[in-house]
Design a protein around this ligand. Structure first.
Ligand SMILES: *Cc1c(COP(=O)(O)O)cnc(C)c1O
Length: 475
């Protein structure tokens, strides 16, 4: 059997050659996008057109153009006019740590397959727990995304709170989780995966400001109890995805303590506010949580996908995927902190801890404060710009860097305005100068922006509003 291809694949010279060219390409990409030498934040293609291109490219495309075509045909998250979804413009240095992880490919399931990255993960999660305000009994680990981390946390909660050993014996009673109607859909999905069913998801209505109405907690708890549903956990959003509004974590935490249920904080987006002295108030009470999720790839400048799941009581990290008996064993003197696979959903995962550690080592903790604080400041500024402009209305005064608003006109009904705003967003996408998204809140269609780029300025935001107004007149 020939091995010429295999020799080519593993040629160090070839890697060096392509690697240097790729760095040149990505450097140019960064410069063009960050510094707006490229006029567009996205060059939109319809899905079928994109599919045709890549089918054809496999046969006829010039290999030399492969990486540049991939790069070109993306949404430019480093462009200051990218103001859309919540993924960060990855800190360029984390592209390098991503390369290290990919090449070294230590799969992390057991300590031996990732010695440095396992120890580094402990350093990082201990540091995060300390920032939350917890003591040295707290522990955490890194996992692949907020969705998986929320599911893992709820599994831990069920293991810790419910006396019956579901892991071993299966369900025997009705269990429930309390969560705001505004929470990310993945919490609902997690509860469904856990077999709680619709009756096991106790949705707490939100206030006019889209935060969980904590005045209803007691009533909802009693209502569920009467129906025979045993509530074992409550989830607070920090903040909720659609509006960027934080739940009152302190109030939820006190409620959870009173009823001896698990308090989980979904801080996938804004848990990183623990780094901002100015915005720390948004997560007041977070230290009351039993578990917390913080995404690295949202408000911490890391590449997709890396999420911290933190536990106030470290014993729970090892209990999630074990039987009750093993659970007690983990209280023994020898703590098996270094074998990742026992704690995570994943067996193999990438060496994600090195992104966190490298940013911390090279730039210091202050970088996370600067990122969060600047972006939340921009969110507030944009809120003020919208408010001051009579052609627009805010869904809610922003607290974070997520801002929902819509174009309005006096003589139009809500339904007509919904259609108009949908059209505006569609035209913006096809135009490509700006990239923003959209959401529907209580039947009203809004344009939705998340300011993720610290180099987005007031001028960009004003230009966006002007562009929308000009567009709306033509529709
Ligand atoms: C983004 C988000 C999630 C999902 O996290 P992924 O990392 O995308 O899986 C969950 N909850 C909230 C509040 C989020 O903003």
């Amino acid at each position: 059997m020939d091995n010429n291809l295999l020799c080519a694949v593993y040629s160090p010279e070839d890697f060096n050659n392509r690697g240097h060219k790729l760095i040149e390409l990505l450097t140019q990409h960064l410069d063009e996008k960050l510094n707006e030498k490229s006029a567009q934040a996205i060059q939109w293609n319809e899905p079928d057109e994109e599919l045709r291109f890549w089918k054809d490219f496999l046969k006829n495309g010039d290999e030399e153009r492969l990486f540049s075509e991939i790069t070109k045909r993306t949404t430019y998250v480093h462009h200051p006019k990218y103001i859309g979804h919540q993924v960060s413009p990855a800190a360029p240095i984390t592209a390098l740590t991503g390369m290290i992880s990919s090449l070294l490919n230590n799969g992390m399931a057991v300590y031996e397959m990732g010695m440095s990255s396992s120890a580094i993960e402990r350093v990082i999660t201990d540091w995060l727990c300390k920032k939350v305000g917890w003591d040295t009994d707290s522990r955490g680990f890194l996992t692949s995304g907020g969705t998986l981390a929320n599911l893992t946390a709820l599994l831990s909660a069920r293991k810790a709170i419910v006396e019956h050993d579901i892991w071993y014996e299966g369900h025997v009673s009705n269990l429930g989780v309390m969560v705001s109607e505004e929470a990310h859909y993945c919490v609902d999905r997690a509860a469904k995966i856990m077999g709680l069913g619709e009756k096991g998801i106790i949705k707490i209505p939100a206030t006019d400001n889209f935060e969980m109405d904590t005045s209803l907690l007691e009533e909802k708890f009693q209502e569920a109890s009467k129906k025979g549903v045993k509530i074992f956990a409550i989830v607070g959003s920090a903040p909720s995805t659609a509006t960027g509004i934080y739940d009152d974590l302190d109030a939820i935490g006190r409620f959870a303590e009173k009823h001896e249920i698990w308090f989980h904080v979904d801080g996938a987006h804004g848990g990183a506010a623990i780094f901002s002295p100015k915005y720390r108030f948004t997560v007041e009470g977070i230290e009351r949580a039993d578990s917390i999720v913080i995404d690295g790839h949202k408000m911490m400048m890391m590449p997709t996908i890396t999420t911290a799941l933190l536990f106030k009581n470290g014993r729970h990290t090892l209990a999630t995927f074990s039987q009750k008996a093993d659970y007690l064993l983990t209280q023994s003197d020898h703590e098996d902190w270094y074998n990742s696979g026992k704690k995570t959903f994943e067996c193999t995962k990438n060496m994600m801890s090195i992104h966190w550690y490298t940013l911390l080592k090279v730039y210091g903790e202050e970088i996370f404060n600067q990122y969060v604080t600047n972006l939340y400041d921009l969110g507030h500024l944009f809120g003020e710009l919208v408010q001051a402009n009579s052609d627009f209305i805010l869904a809610v005064t922003p607290i974070s860097n997520i801002v929902c608003f819509r174009f309005i006109k006096n003589d139009m009904t809500d339904e007509q305005l919904n259609i108009l705003n949908k059209n505006i967003r569609r035209h913006l996408l096809e135009d490509g100068e700006f990239y923003i998204v959209q959401t529907t809140l209580r039947g009203i269609h809004y344009l939705r922006t998340t300011i993720m780029n610290p180099f987005t300025t007031e001028a960009h935001l004003t230009a966006l509003l002007t562009k929308i107004k000009e567009l709306a007149i033509t529709l």
